[in-house]
Design a protein around this ligand. Structure first.
Ligand code: DQA
Length: 144
């Protein structure tokens, strides 16, 4: 198994920093990548961070994480979290541990965000700590 942790980000997360900052904060995805790279170095891990607005890319990357022997996947599937049985199946289809990540806490928000298909398949969830959710999830991944 490698020391690579895939950090997969779904729709609209390319707009982080500009997008509803009162909910998601001012950090951009590049800022988050920098925070993760610093912490990963301390933990003896490497990160491979990607973002796509397309569900199929996230599914392909989950499969790839397994074939690449990734240590773990951190997955913020954005709104696909709440709709995608295909992502649920993809997570179930691989042995690589997947940790669900959210900047906000979906349970404190609209009812339609309370169902998480990703959460039903993932090993665990970190949500509600803004950009730090990713760092906490990486720390959890390092202990697996
Ligand atoms: C999110 C929460 C989702 O409900 C939302 O659709 C997002 C971002 C989060 O990180 O808080 O796009 O995944």
């Amino acid at each position: 198994m490698s020391t690579i942790v895939y950090v997969l980000n779904g729709p609209n997360l390319n707009l982080l920093g500009m997008r509803e900052p009162e909910i998601y904060g001012h950090d951009t995805l590049d800022d988050i990548a920098g925070m993760l790279e610093d912490r990963a170095r301390e933990l003896g891990l490497e990160i491979d961070l990607r973002q796509s607005n397309h569900e199929g890319h996230l599914i392909d990357w989950l499969h790839e994480a397994q074939s690449a022997g990734a240590h773990a996947v951190l997955l913020n599937a954005g709104a696909f979290t709440h709709t995608s049985i295909a992502l649920y199946d993809a997570i179930k289809s691989i042995r690589t541990p997947v940790i669900e990540v959210h900047l906000s806490n979906p349970h404190r928000r609209e009812e339609f965000r309370h169902l998480s298909w990703v959460g039903k398949a993932a090993l665990g969830t970190v949500a509600g700590f803004g950009a730090n959710s990713y760092v906490v999830a990486l720390e959890a991944a390092a202990r697996l």
